[in-house]
Design a binder for this molecule. Sequence first.
Ligand code: SIB
Ligand code: ZN
Length: 429
Amino acid sequence: MNTLHIAGGQVLRPDMTVESADVLVDRDEGTILETGTLDADATETLDAEGCLVMPGLVNAHCHAAMTLLRGYADDKPLGAWLQEDIWPAEAALTPEDVRAGTELGILEMIKSGTTAFADMYFEVPEVAAAVEESGVRARIGHGVVTIGKDDEAAWADADESLDIAREFDGAADGRIRTAVMPHSLTTVGEEYLHELAAEAHDDGIPVHYHANETTDEVEPIVEERDERPLAYAKSVGMLTESDFVAHGVHTDGEEIELLAEAGTGVVHCPASNMKLASGMAPIQDMLDAGVTVGLGTDGAASNNDLDLFDEMRDAAMLGKLASDDASAVAAPDVVRMATAGSADAIGLPGGRLEAGAVADIAVVDLDAPHLTPANNLVSHLAYATRGSDVRHTVCDGQVLMRDREVLTLDEETVKARARTAAADLFERV
Ligand SMILES: N[C@@H](CCSC[C@H]1O[C@@H](n2cnc3c(=O)[nH]cnc32)[C@H](O)[C@@H]1O)C(=O)O
Ligand SMILES: [Zn+2]
């Protein structure tokens, strides 16, 4: 059998306990065979001495290619940031730019222990190609905006989202799944939302969108329809078990109930919410209500990195402030959110390190001053670990990074291409 032995480390269990154990992976099937004290004669070995072996992190809401726009427009609220800076720059992006930016984003994610992500963008065939070559797992889709477009252009955008979702679902040996992705409840008209949801669900494809991110997104819906945004989302058929929303910042008690009943996942993006001053999501209330909550970075232009360890810390900190309670959104909660919560929210396998699960794994080196002493490793993951502490990254049984060297992408080439693409872009806009 073609196996990978991750040897000599401690393992993070799905119940958030930690124990010394080896991990044996079936490289052909891409699954975990067993964990324990193993005397394996494996095809390949990864040294995990002094390390914590954990499920690969899952970035449940991202626009990976926006790495090109990192630092391009800061210190503005969502509406002005999108309309004055981001959308004009994005209008000038070529397919090659999207490829370069997505590769850079994936490189950053692999280097910080992220093995899967959900991505909303355009030029999606380029996103798919980057996922395929880099070896990660992703749920990808084309973001639709219909406001400001005539009917023909709007339907063309909506159709593209459906076509892309159908075409790429199951690509890259199944590592790529898709979703239909209307941008938000205020940037896409009702008839389009209706049609997109119905057609996507007919084909077993989920719907992913931004919702309740700012009060500016909530108030017009309440004024026009006399109902809350997520009640509206339900009425157009976008609040089913497979669907997942980004943000959910301004979500009231009834909407939280709707989410829990429907089984719709929420992707919390605390850094983006703080940076754009969008607000504080009621995450502890959602957890108490049984909502599936995942964690996302959002794009690099509103974060400004794709490091989910940072995001866990932000989620815990902001969750406490939002609840005015230091016991809210505790360390095990955020670790669960960044692993199983995210995987469940976006409907990809992963997030749990146990026999039978997919072999999506991050190995964290504990030998750093900021991780010493190793009093409580779950606390360390939530509060003290940095993406740069990740030593090895494995996805689908394949080693993507060994001893901090990424094997599937050439780091220097990816960075150089992104620098050139960004410089050319800013000259054009
Ligand atoms: N087809 C659309 C693009 C939609 S892709 C998804 C969009 O989400 C934007 N985006 C990034 N972060 C956020 C956010 O936090 N809220 C809303 N939109 C965002 C991003 O810039 C990108 O334009 C068009 O041609 O304009
Ligand atoms: Zn977003």
